[in-house]
Each structure stands twice: as C-alpha cells, then as structure tokens.
Design a protein around this ligand. Sequence first.
Ligand code: TGC
Ligand code: FAD
Length: 390
Amino acid sequence: PPALQPHDYLNVDALLSDEERAIRDAVRAFVQDNVVGQVGDWFEQGTIPRELAPELGKLGVLGMHLEGYGCAGATATAYGIACLELEAGDSGVRSLVSVQGSLAMFAIWRWGSEEQKQEWLPRMAAGEAIGCFGLTEPDSGSDPGSMRTTARRDGDDWILHGQKMWITNGSIADVAVVWARCSDDGKVRGFVVPTDTPGFSAPEIHKKMSLRASITSELVLDDVRLPADAVLPEVASLKGPLSCLNEARYGIVWGAIGAARACFESALDYAGTRIQFDKPIASFQIQQQKLANMALEVNRGTLLALHLGRMKDAGTLRPEHVSMGKLGNVNAALDVARTARQVLGGNGITLEYPVIRHMNNLESVVTYEGTADVHSLVIGQALTGISAFR
Ligand code: TGC
Ligand code: FAD
C-alpha cells in the first residue's frame, strides 16, 4: 500500500474525482493567498473586507451548486469540498459564502420569480451584490415559527414591519431575503428587499467574541414599502426558509471539518517542534493520544461529509441526515479545536496561530443553523417518531 500521509490518514484523496481534487486545490490555494495571512487581523479588528466577495465570485464559489444565472452548477460534493477549504481559512469566510450561496441566492433560485432570478443571481454569483438572509429575531431563534415580523398589504404593495437579529452580512448587504408572517392569511413568506429601501436599516452587532471576521447585524424593518413583485411567489410556509437551511447546514457539515483540520495540522506541527524536557512534546504519550484522537475526528468527519455529499448528489439525502452531519461534525470540530489549543500551550491563545480563532468561531457554528440541541431533537424525532420540540 502507499505510504501513510499524516494529513490524509485514510487516503480520502483516493475517493475524490480528478475534478473534485482540482476544485479542492484551487480553493485551498485561494485561501492560502487571500485569507490565511490576513484573517488574524480581520478577526482582531472585527471585520471582513467587502472586496473579498468579488474575489470569491471569480473563484466561482458563490452559488456554486446552483444551475444557470452565472452559477457554476457544481455537484453537491464539489461544493462541500470548497466549504471545507474555505472554513480551513476561517468560519467567517465560509459563512459569507454560505449565506450568499446557500441562503440568499438559494432562496431566490428555488422560490423566486424569473424576474427576481434575472435581477439578482448573476450579480450575486459574481460577488458584485451581497445578500443576507433574515429569519432569526430577538425573540424567535430555534423556533422561527414564532416570528413577529409582519407583511401586510396596502393596495398592491407590501409593508414589512419588524426586526431580525444575528444576520450575517446584514450591514454590507445589497439585498436582504426577509421572512415575514403575512397578516391576511397568517402564512410565512419571503421578500426580496433591496437594502436601500426607505425604512430598512442594518445596525452592526459589536462585542462578539466569535466569528469576528464576519459582519453580523440586526435588520430593522420600519414599515418598509415594497412592490407587489417583491414576494417570493413559489412558497408560503416555513418550508421556504427551512429548505434554505438544509443547504447551508450541508455546507457546514464539510466546513466544520476544515476548521478542525486546520487546528489538527497546527497542533501536529507544533508538537513536533516544541521542545520541553529536552524532547519534542510530540514524544510524550499524552500528546500522541491527543494527536491520535484529533486525526480520528478529522478523518471520521471527512468521511461522514463525503458520504452525505454523495447521497445529496444521488438525490437520497434527507434533512434528518444533514442534522446528523451538522451535529456530529461541529461537535467533533469543537473537540479538536479545544484539544489543539491545549497542545499549543500559551501560544494556543494568540492570533499568531489559527487555533483559538477557530475554537471561538466554532461556538457560533454550533449555535447557528440549528443548535446542537435542535439537531439532536431532529434525530430523536426521526428515531422515535416522537417530536420533543414542544
Ligand atoms: P414543522 O412544523 O416541523 O414544519 C413546518 C414546515 O416546514 C417544513 N419543514 C422543512 N422543510 C424543508 N426542510 C426542513 N428541514 C424542514 N423541516 C420542516 C414542514 O414540512 C412544514 O411544511 P408545511 O408546508 O407543511 O408547512 O416546523 P417547526 O416549527 O416544528 O420547526 C422545526 C424545527 C425546530 C426543526 C425548525 O424550526 C428549525 O430548524 N429550527 C432551527 C432554526 C434555525 O436553524 N435557524 C437558522 C437561521 S439562519 C442561520 O443561522 C444562518 S447562520 C449563517 C451561516 O450559515 O454562516
Ligand atoms: P435560542 O433558540 O433562544 O436557544 C437558547 C438555548 O435553548 C439553546 O441552547 C437551544 O439549543 C436551547 N433550546 C431552544 N429550544 C429548545 C428545545 N425545544 N429543546 C431543548 N433546548 C432548546 N440567523 C439568521 O436568520 N440569519 C443569519 O444570517 C444568522 N447568522 C448568525 C450569525 C451568528 C454569528 C450567530 C451567533 C447567529 C446567527 N443567526 C442567524 C442566528 C442563529 O440561527 C440563532 O442564534 C440560532 O438559531 C439559535 O437561536 P437563539 O440564539 O435565539 O437561541
């Protein structure tokens, strides 16, 4: 058999096609050139440069898995591989791409009118227009069905009123997909809101200790008047936003393992060079056990992601499968990051190394797109047939 590679212990590489490997290498090189050296500063400053969006557009990862309208039409597996490489740079970069492609663009692509698609998708695929996705509210997180944002009709127009919370890309977005409950029939619908519409504002949320290389905002909708054709015509239920979440959660199944891999690689490298008691710390059994467990989690998580990717491409992936992937891989990534942080000793707490940045980011990743508890309950319901949400 071929020699064992510490960075690809199970030779997952051999399970990928040439095209998938080429996409991986292109995204990895992009992250190396455009993210790795700068992201510690972005994290410290609490920002991410807007100019990254057109660069990501040129790379072809915005709406990468969508067909037409300037999108790459890649397979789900290829999109997942891209998410892994992006999140090996930073969860904030993967978030930008997820929110753009899997949430805002997917909502328009799946549930929008032909005019809405023509107007927004090509510019969004190019990164010329940035999108955000407003579902969560201050009093409505895990239970989005309790949302209070309303849409009422005034003649042909719609009037949106309410507030959204924790919205990635909010303050830098050109367009917001906002989910609201319609006051005439009580149904949840999506609205395409250009962010320069009077009454719309997006104050940025500060003092975050996680996902700092990402913009997070409130959306304030103060009687925002929209034309009749602003509504997404093809869905009138919570199924609309939840279908988008399936897409973004799928990307996180892969992405979280990218963050874990970066932490593992940093710890492996550090353990081999850091000398204490006259030896590299890698020569101590306790550290080897940590490295072995990290390698196990990274490899197991990669295989799980790849399996779900192949299922998605085959059309057999269910939302309940995605919940298992998101729960398992984000928890695994958090374990790896926390272990790696200890291997690095004092250096594990600085932004000179990637580890604590990833570790803190993963505290957001485990909460957004359905908390670990929510995904456990989805799996529990699938196993028992009993819903324990209420
Ligand atoms: P429930 O009564 O079960 O269903 C309501 C309607 O939705 C349909 N549905 C789904 N459709 C597609 N995909 C799914 N996964 C679906 N789950 C349910 C269902 O068939 C029904 O349709 P219809 O047509 O009959 O009305 O809904 P529920 O209110 O009991 O809620 C279920 C629950 C708790 C699982 C769901 O609310 C949930 O997932 N909550 C978590 C909320 C969440 O994840 N929010 C994320 C916000 S976006 C975000 O975090 C972006 S982070 C940025 C980044 O990615 O970087
Ligand atoms: P809550 O729902 O209030 O949960 C609090 C605790 O209660 C959690 O531990 C939860 O698991 C637990 N809990 C809740 N219900 C149950 C239950 N039935 N059984 C057992 N335990 C339960 N949202 C968007 O719409 N768009 C975005 O772009 C976006 N980006 C985000 C970016 C960041 C950095 C963060 C942190 C969040 C973002 N979110 C976004 C919001 C995110 O989806 C929510 O934070 C998440 O859904 C959880 O909602 P919550 O924070 O209100 O917590």
